[in-house]
Design a protein around this ligand. Structure first.
Ligand code: OAD
Ligand code: ZN
Length: 235
């Protein structure tokens, strides 16, 4: 792929699955055990904040016990060694891309390791629970911190930057995402309209597989390192 210089990579829960973090829509996934409308909407938070805070407290605790896998490490290596531009856009709220060595990561659905203060609009780093309504370390307000994750019905973060990255890209790669949630699920079509080459790396065909120029199926820890080596060794 010697004609490629600018790459946008979209990742989803599948890239963290082999680190032991549950995906959402696979068998046994999070949305089988919890209803989206109970834990992942602003209405759910207004109705039963304790249930929502407890759910995210558990998730926040869980991700801190997990380690990045070979797919995260390979993407960290690609970022370090790729001579063109590389933007990783992730729907994941874990920090495994960063711990795998990537620095230029856009967390379009927010992250577990910051909280969002509804009083001061600050986003302090956060590792502990929120259920006890701790005071905001930035403004001192109590009971105003919520998970800094994007819920259904809310606007994903940094869409302007994602759009700018797509507009200058020559290759769009989607890794480990089911293509079920918009706007991320629409990036492949946006890429096609822009004339960008598209590649899917996923365990199995996703809802949008047919939109990609090329699809490869298998576990991320095998597919991603192999693809990264291919990219780095291209003449
Ligand atoms: P999903 O759970 O919907 O999809 C995970 C995808 O990863 C599926 O297509 C699996 O086949 C694939 N997969 C599973 N294990 C894999 C592996 N070891 N290697 C490669 N692929 C694997 O997760 P997302 O697409 O990330 O949003 O979900 C998108 C959004 O829906 C999430 O960000 C979250 C969720 O609701 C919000 O909460 C706003
Ligand atoms: Zn505050």
């Amino acid at each position: 792929m010697n004609d490629v210089s600018n790459i946008v990579i979209l990742t989803g829960a599948g890239v963290s699955a082999e680190s032991g973090i549950d995906t959402f829509r696979d068998a046994g996934g999070l949305w089988e055990k919890h209803r989206i409308e109970d834990v992942a909407t602003p209405e759910a938070f207004a109705r039963d904040p304790d249930l929502v805070l407890r759910f995210y407290d558990m998730r926040r605790e869980a991700i801190q016990t997990k380690e990045p896998n070979d797919a995260h490490h390979a993407l960290g290596k690609l970022e370090r060694e790729w001579l063109g531009s590389l933007t990783i856009v992730t729907q994941n709220v874990d920090d495994l891309h960063e711990r795998g060595g990537a620095q230029n990561v856009i967390h379009m659905h927010g992250g577990h390791l910051t909280a969002w203060c509804l009083a001061c609009d600050g986003r302090p780093e956060w590792r502990g629970p929120l259920i006890d309504r701790p005071a905001c370390p930035l403004c001192g307000s109590k009971g105003t911190l919520r998970p800094d994750v994007v819920w259904f019905g809310e606007m994903p973060y940094r869409m302007d930057e994602i759009s700018a990255a797509l507009n200058r890209a020559d290759l769009f790669v989607s890794i480990g995402t089911s293509g079920a949630v918009y706007p991320a699920a629409g990036f492949v079509r946006e890429a096609r309209m822009l004339g960008i080459r598209t590649l899917e790396l996923n365990l199995e065909p996703s809802e949008g597989s047919h939109y990609f120029d090329e699809t490869r199926h298998g576990p991320a820890t095998a597919l991603v390192p192999a693809w990264v080596e291919e990219m780095l060794s291209a003449p």
